[in-house]
Design a protein around this ligand. Structure first.
Ligand code: BG6
Ligand code: MG
Length: 223
């Protein structure tokens, strides 16, 4: 049987280590309101993990925009998002996040971030935890964002660890799907209707059981 012992943990950033998921929502809501597009907190749940472009396509639905207007809305959303991040600091780490990463490292496993965000490095700097990761893969690290596995595979390659020996921690359905598509197991953070396909699930980052996380070494579909 393949050796699936967990050697590395790849953490999603937004919604797992910090609550930027809320800032992404607020920025999209402002853009949707300005542009007269229907959007709300519930619709936002489906955007977790998706790239900036895929998020706007999902918000637009059947509404068609020319390329220039599409690019303008993306630019405005990012500007709004960066404004919301302006005052971010180490206090914005989610409860338990720093301890979880530190404990994984203390137990001799490698750590990485795998985020669809092109702002991920800046956010990690602001949180003051960049040096806690052996590899960082972001929205610029792969040709396609989640649910494509490219970002997680880039992180695993950078770590030098085979995908089947990596476990991904994710708050998004698209991220759980990406982990599985890359041959990795997934630990979901959040409600079952969002991350129910993950091999293990915890309500919050602070609830993650490190023994269970590092023991998640069964075949796909099981821990
Ligand atoms: C993901 C978020 O981490 O990054 C998404 O979950 C976001 O909501 C995506 O759209 C892209 O982020 P950014 O910072 O490049 O716009
Ligand atoms: Mg996320």
């Amino acid at each position: 049987m393949a050796d699936r012992r967990v050697e590395a943990v790849i953490f999603d950033l937004d919604g797992v280590l910090t609550d930027t998921a809320e800032y992404h929502y607020l920025a999209w809501q402002a853009i949707a309101d300005e542009a007269g597009l229907t959007f709300d907190r519930r619709a936002n749940e489906a955007l977790r993990g998706l790239s900036r472009e895929a998020s706007l396509r999902a918000i637009l639905g059947d509404t068609e925009l020319d390329a220039a207007r599409f690019a303008e809305l993306l630019e405005r959303k990012n500007r709004r998002y960066l404004q919301l991040l302006a005052s971010m600091g180490p206090d914005d780490l989610l409860e338990g996040a720093a301890d979880l990463v530190a404990e994984v490292r203390r137990r001799g496993r490698l750590t990485a971030v795998g985020s669809s965000s092109r702002n991920a490095r800046m956010v990690l700097e602001r949180l003051g935890i960049t040096d806690q990761f052996d590899a960082i893969a972001d929205g610029d690290s792969a040709a396609a964002a989640k649910p494509d596995p490219g970002i997680f595979l880039a992180a695993a390659a950078d770590l030098g660890v085979a995908p089947q020996r990596c476990v991904v921690v994710e708050d998004a359905a698209s991220g759980v799907e990406a982990a599985h598509a890359g041959g990795m197991r997934a630990v979901g953070i959040g409600p079952a209707d969002r991350v129910g396909d993950a091999e293990l699930r915890f309500e919050r980052t602070a609830d993650v059981d490190v023994d269970a996380l590092l023991g998640c070494s069964g075949p796909p579909g099981r821990c």
